[in-house]
Design a protein around this ligand. Structure first.
Ligand code: ADP
Length: 335
């Protein structure tokens, strides 16, 4: 598809360049011929006046015929030269047009490929719980001796699959929204927003007995989008609580560094393998699922959403981790 588009676009570029080149060539030819004609008539008048023409009629006609022939040859030479120049321009412009057409289409092709990959991943992720649910329901319905207890278990399992689907569709909607809406960046007080994010994960933290401790200097400010920052902090805190064992501690700290503010969310959880660490910010990437506390709540979208949000606010997000002793996620935002 993009090869065809490149060819079409280069043909358009080439047609434009050739139209310009031919337009100038025609003009140069016409102007030169007009100049030749003027010169020719002037010389003719001069010759007539100065009696330089041979008196003998034959010799005079031969002389005039040679002059006319030279005049025509000059016009022809000009025509050939312009044709050669246009030929060279055609070849050169052909290569250049193709090169620029490829360069013009390259970013579009890349984002198209990314979109295709994303659509394929998203439909795969959506299909998995739907297929699981469908099979379970079909098996249950085909069993004539299905007890109420089994039916209840079945419904509970379906509910889990539905929770996965809801989480996934929420994540996908969030990503789509991020693609369409720009951030509203302003100077905001950090501590207030960290506390809001802590509140969002409060219920889960309480269930797990996790302590979240925040050490944010009073009056510290960052330049960020309020909703985006709370969303990112919620994702990081949610992960920290979700992947850590019960009754552990999660800390949020911040400090100024140069023109940035570094915000760190650390946990004492299982940590992330080095091989996974390189990929955790990719969409739908999940590290070893066996370590995951609640698989239904893991869609592999959280960190990619966090990265998109932070980078749109001119910030950076990185992760470091040591297997067995915990992970730290670090956000750098302008002060
Ligand atoms: P999700 O949590 O929905 O799976 P994320 O994009 O938030 O998706 O995280 C991607 C993966 O990174 C997770 O599946 C998990 O394996 C790993 N991960 C993220 N945060 C932590 C953490 N604090 N401790 C251990 N592993 C983590």
């Amino acid at each position: 598809m993009f090869d065809e588009a490149s060819s079409k676009l280069s043909a358009i570029y080439l047609a434009i360049l050739m139209a310009i080149s031919i337009f100038f060539s025609v003009n140069i030819y016409q102007a030169s011929v007009a100049e030749f004609n003027r010169d020719f008539s002037r010389q003719q008048a001069l010759l007539n006046d100065s009696n330089l023409l041979p008196q003998n009629t034959d010799a005079r006609n031969a002389f005039l015929a040679r002059r006319a022939q030279q005049y025509n040859e000059a016009k022809q030479r000009l025509l050939v030269r312009l044709a050669i120049v246009n030929g060279v321009i055609f070849v050169g412009a052909g290569f250049l047009s193709y090169y620029f057409a490829r360069r013009t289409l390259e970013p579009i092709e890349k984002s198209h490929q990314a979109l295709e990959r994303f659509t394929a991943d998203a439909s795969h992720e959506l299909r998995t719980p739907i297929t699981a649910m469908q099979t379970e329901i079909e098996v249950a319905l085909a069993d004539p001796k299905l007890t109420i207890k089994e039916a209840r278990q079945q419904l509970e399992s379906n509910l889990e699959e539905l929770a996965t689907l809801t989480g996934l569709s929420n994540g996908l909607l969030q990503l789509a929204r991020l693609d369409n809406e720009g951030p509203n960046i302003k100077r905001i007080e950090l501590r207030k927003h960290v506390n809001k994010a802590i509140k969002h994960v409060g219920v889960m933290a309480k269930q797990r007995g996790t302590t979240i401790s925040a050490r944010i200097p009073a009056k510290q400010t960052v330049t960020a989008d309020t909703t985006g920052l709370i969303e990112v902090l919620t994702i990081l805190l949610d992960n920290a609580v979700k992947y850590s064992p019960d009754k552990s501690t999660v800390t949020v700290t911040s400090r100024a560094k140069g023109s940035s503010v570094l915000i760190e969310v650390s946990d004492n959880g299982p940590g992330i393998e080095k091989a996974d660490l390189e990929h955790i910010f990719e969409r739908f990437y999940r590290a070893d699922k066996s370590r995951t506390h609640e698989t239904t709540q893991s869609h592999g979208l959280g960190l990619s959403i966090a990265k998109t949000i932070i980078e749109r606010q001119n910030g950076h997000i990185t992760a470091s981790s040591k297997v067995g002793s915990g992970s730290t996620f670090r956000i750098a935002l302008p002060k």
